[in-house]
Design a protein around this ligand. Structure first.
Ligand code: NAP
Length: 466
């Protein structure tokens, strides 16, 4: 669905009027196009002072592949050729597309000053749709070292603030990588440096050891932009909206996609499946034998995306039990039943990935959505508990929590509430279904074995539940 205001402010006149009236000024976000490089401009790299080089060494390995032009705070300490950032900033035309700061050595409140020293001169030097990534250590590394723990937690406050300040479609995240798991950093770093993460901002991602790393053939497929080559992946609710975009992106990455939707949507479902060379599976996920039918149609799956969902919005006082029950059945109970059946009946491969679609309503709550928010918060609980079950195996489960995404679901919201929902985020615009789809493709990757139990918001840093 179209965002007329967003289109209007792209014109010089529209921009001028919006600026004078102090109205939101959404910019056109860079989005991924096939063959586009991961790093789309000069990269600024900061290294915190300290003796742990494990993150900076991993960064050198990762960035070597992308052949980026790098300006570094300590070029002599970094393993790749780079210029001095201080010298680079003397050129007033120098602008950066990606800014990375390795904060893994910051262990006290005093040392946090390094954030200021590195980022302050860069604050007006980041290009539109730029990327800021801070790398830290998760709680399991900081333990009871209070200085280390507070400093690492403080990174998130910093990142969430610059994500609000920098505007211009610039995103900012913290990647908390466990010591010893630095080799698992690559796939997350690449996602967040690239245009694929256009609408993901102010997130904290925890990266731990992978039980099993990607195989050589999976790595080769990844290098050829086919990160999901021959993976059998089920996508529910695939006939339109976010599900359709997920199916398209997974097919682009080489997956064999099983597109599931209610039988009433069969014609549209067949169109989607036909277009991407996938398979149509008309099925209501709340049917008693839904999981059996899935196994019969798909065999052993490498991935499942639980995307199908509905809203039946009413304030609690006006909500019927039917409206409550239907939302719970589709959004939550069906996922539990399908996962249980797949796990008990060898329906998932040993390296399978599950991604659930939650919502920021499940994090922040929302007026008129007690049923929906309860179901989507339940999805988060289900994801985190299943992740514990998967720890020590090669399987992973994660969730995405979209904010306002331009689909049929959001087009049905009354105008004033819709316009507020669309603008109340750091990007001043709604996301596109593809933004959710790219995030899911990253989590499904065979290289994402170190990412388990994360809840990633795809919401342009929505003010709701921030
Ligand atoms: P959508 O356009 O309504 O598409 C959802 C699809 O799921 C529809 O085709 C729907 O069919 C299907 N579905 C519903 N019940 C089903 C069932 N029992 N079995 C199989 N398929 C079923 O929704 P969307 O906006 O793309 O949302 C996709 C997911 O993202 C949902 O889980 C939603 O809660 C979540 N989400 C969306 C937004 C957003 O801004 N759009 C924000 C946060 C979270 P029908 O024609 O029967 O409805």
């Amino acid at each position: 669905m179209s965002d007329r205001y967003g289109e209007l402010v792209q014109s010089p006149l529209g921009r001028k009027v919006a600026k004078n009236l102090g109205l939101p000024m959404p910019i056109k976000l860079d989005r991924y196009e096939l063959g586009q490089p991961v790093v789309r401009g000069e990269l600024a790299l900061g290294l915190s002072v300290g003796d742990d080089n494990s993150v900076s060494d991993a960064l050198a390995d990762i960035l070597q592949v992308h052949q980026a032009k790098i300006a570094c705070s300590e070029p002599e300490r970094f393993a790749l050729p780079s210029s001095s950032i201080k010298t680079r900033l003397e050129d007033e035309n120098a602008r950066f597309k990606v800014v990375i700061f390795d904060a893994s050595n910051i262990k006290s409140s005093e040392q946090l000053q390094q954030l200021y020293q590195f980022f302050q001169p860069l604050a007006r030097r980041i290009k539109s749709s730029g990327r800021v990534i801070v790398i830290g250590r998760p709680e399991c590394c900081t333990g009871t070292d209070i200085g280390f723990a507070l400093a690492q937690r403080a990174l998130l406050g910093f990142v969430k603030s610059i994500a609000k300040e920098f505007k211009q479609g610039i995103t900012a995240q913290v990647l908390y990588v466990k010591k010893g798991a630095e080799s698992e950093l690559a796939v997350a770093l690449e996602f967040f440096m690239s245009a694929k993460s256009a609408y993901v901002s102010a997130q904290a991602v925890t990266i731990v050891d992978a039980y099993q790393s990607a195989t050589p053939s999976e790595l080769t497929a990844f290098a050829l932009n086919k990160s999901l080559l021959d993976k059998k992946i089920l996508v529910t609710g695939a006939s339109r909206g976010i599900g359709e975009a997920i199916a398209q992106v997974l097919a682009r990455e080489g997956a064999k996609v099983y597109c599931l939707d209610v039988p009433a949507n069969l014609a549209q479902l067949q169109k989607v499946a036909g277009r991407i060379g996938g398979y149509a599976l008309p099925l209501d996920i709340t049917a008693d034998d839904a999981a059996e039918q899935i196994v019969r149609a798909c065999g052993v799956l490498d991935g499942v995306v639980h995307n199908a969902g509905i809203t039946r919005d009413k304030t609690l006082a006006k909500m019927s039990q039917e409206q409550w029950d239907l939302v719970m059945q589709i959004n939550l109970a069906a996922i539990v039943r399908i996962n249980d059946y797949l796990l008990e009946n060898n329906g998932l491969s040993d390296t399978a990935r599950i991604v659930c679609v939650s919502s920021i309503s499940g994090i922040a709550g929302n007026l008129g959505q007690t049923n929906y928010a309860t179901s989507k918060a339940g999805v988060i609980g289900l994801t985190q508990a299943t992740a514990k079950l998967f720890a020590g195996t090669a399987r992973t489960i994660n969730a995405v929590a979209p904010g306002f995404i331009e689909t049929k679901m959001t087009s049905q919201i009354p105008f004033a509430i819709r316009e507020a929902g669309r603008r109340m985020n750091s990007m001043s615009q709604g996301g596109e279904p593809v933004d959710v789809a790219e995030t899911i493709a990253w989590l499904l990757s065979p290289r994402s074995g170190g990412i388990n139990g994360n809840i990633i918001r795809v919401c342009g840093q929505s003010l709701l539940g921030a």
